[in-house]
Design a protein around this ligand. Structure first.
Ligand code: NIG
Ligand code: FE
Length: 423
């Protein structure tokens, strides 16, 4: 089937010469077409232009079964790419949420064996089918919220068996949902209580048993480590990344969320595709990231939910870095995968402009998943993953009206997967 979308108020994020990501000042310059059309064919973007130049008759002759939809007053933009989530998990953690409201910190909860270990105990006891069903409903939710490509991490298993179970669930989600999914092995998410006296022996297990098993079954694309005070040290992170790389997994790491952990430098040293969180980023870290090819990825949902400080996005952009924004969808520090809300946090809390934020949740997160050649912009030949908004005044209205559902239609691979009946 081919689809022609006409009378688009603004077609946002267009490009003719694909770039892998957008940095610095360029983040504020968004290419767009006003009063535009967009043609989709066989799941891909075929062409686009302005209504003035549209030769509809030629298209109808050329494309069999051409369906036309009018998008008067609406914006069309690339679907969100969410490059950092933990959306495969069992149950929820609102009891700890209440503990935090009463005054305990995230780190205190983790130290007493709650937090990630709490989710791990529940996940280990949850049958694989049940885990898949719970996770599928989250995938469906983010799809309706406009996400077209998502990275999902393991890391709530923390035994070889349970980590493999999580990764098989991610593989099944890949096979059964229209979203594009990348899988990350995060066995080094937390140190299980049994290993607290000798954390290196847990690292031995990750390196010696888990990584070969994961790679042997082809279950992951990337390797991640929670390189943080109270979790994994820089030397432990290096051992794990080296083992992952030797097994064909590309690094993407959690760094500098709770302190200056050295994680950013470690990520750059091992050519990580991205380093994520980065609440603690100073000049040294910024200099290290410049020109590195490692995407600084900020997760403002976690700062918001935990009441922690926000990453210095403005300083990064001013220094010429690219910035990506992802949801971190997980039960402990960010129980939402709503990327439109992440856009709002980008504007309100990180003081990014709407144009910068749009690049940060599309092409820059596509790069952070290795999907920049097929996702993240409106470009001929890229996958037809799109959002059509409701009738709104312009791009800035999306992050401004932070609680409103402004998505009218979601198209993934050229197929309409969500359509609101409202105008
Ligand atoms: O990215 N930081 C490590 N992992 C998650 C939190 C996981 C949890 O608390 O369950 C994060 O914030
Ligand atoms: Fe995370």
């Amino acid at each position: 089937m081919s689809l022609l979308i006409t009378y688009i108020k603004s077609l946002l994020g267009t490009e003719y010469e694909p770039v892998p990501f957008v940095s610095g000042k360029e983040m504020g310059r968004l290419s767009s077409f006003e009063n535009a059309w967009l043609l989709l064919h066989e799941g891909k973007i075929e062409d686009f232009g302005t209504m003035k130049e549209l030769d509809r008759k030629a298209f109808h002759g050329q494309f069999f079964q051409l369906k036309e939809i009018a998008a008067n007053g609406k914006l069309v933009m690339p679907a969100f790419c969410d490059s950092h989530t933990h959306l495969v998990y069992a149950g929820s953690r609102e009891v700890e949420y209440m503990d935090r409201i009463r005054g305990l910190s995230y780190e205190e909860i983790a130290k007493r064996g709650g937090g990630i270990l709490n989710s791990a105990a529940l996940l280990q006891a949850t049958p694989e089918d049940e885990l898949y069903e719970q996770s599928l409903s989250r995938v469906r939710e983010i799809m309706r919220q406009g996400t077209g490509a998502v990275e999902i991490k393991s890391g709530y298993g923390l035994t070889t068996e349970a980590e493999l179970k999580m990764l098989r669930v991610i593989r099944k989600l890949k096979e059964t949902s229209p979203l594009d999914i990348k899988a990350t092995f995060l066995g080094a998410h937390s140190i299980p209580l049994a290993y607290r006296e000798d954390p290196d022996s847990y690292v031995d297990l990750v390196v010696g048993e888990m990584i070969p098993a994961v790679a042997g079954d082809g279950l992951a694309d990337f390797i991640d480590v929670f390189c943080e005070r109270g979790f994994f040290t820089v030397p432990q992170t290096e051992r794990i990344l080296e083992a992952g790389i030797a097994n064909g997994l590309h690094p993407k790491i959690h760094a500098n969320e709770l302190d200056f952990s050295g994680g950013i430098q470690t990520g750059v040293k091992y050519r990580a595709l991205s380093v994520d969180h980065l609440e603690y980023t100073g000049d040294e870290e910024i200099q290290c990231l410049l020109g590195s090819g490692t995407m600084p990825t900020l997760l403002p949902g976690a700062s918001f939910f935990l009441g922690l400080k926000y990453a210095p996005a403005r300083e990064m952009i001013k220094a010429g870095l690219p910035v990506a924004l992802a949801s971190d969808f997980n039960p402990g520090s960010s129980p939402s995968g709503d990327m439109k809300f992440i856009m709002s946090l980008g504007c309100i809390k990180l003081r990014m402009l709407p144009e910068e934020v749009l690049h940060a949740v599309t092409i820059n997160t596509a790069y952070a998943m290795g999907l920049q050649e097929t996702h993240g912009t409106i470009c001929r030949g890229k996958k037809a993953n799109l959002i059509i908004t409701k009738e709104i005044p312009g791009l800035a209205y999306l992050p401004y009206a932070y609680g409103s559902d402004l998505i009218d239609t979601v198209i993934l691979g050229g197929e309409i997967v969500r359509h609101s009946l409202s105008a």
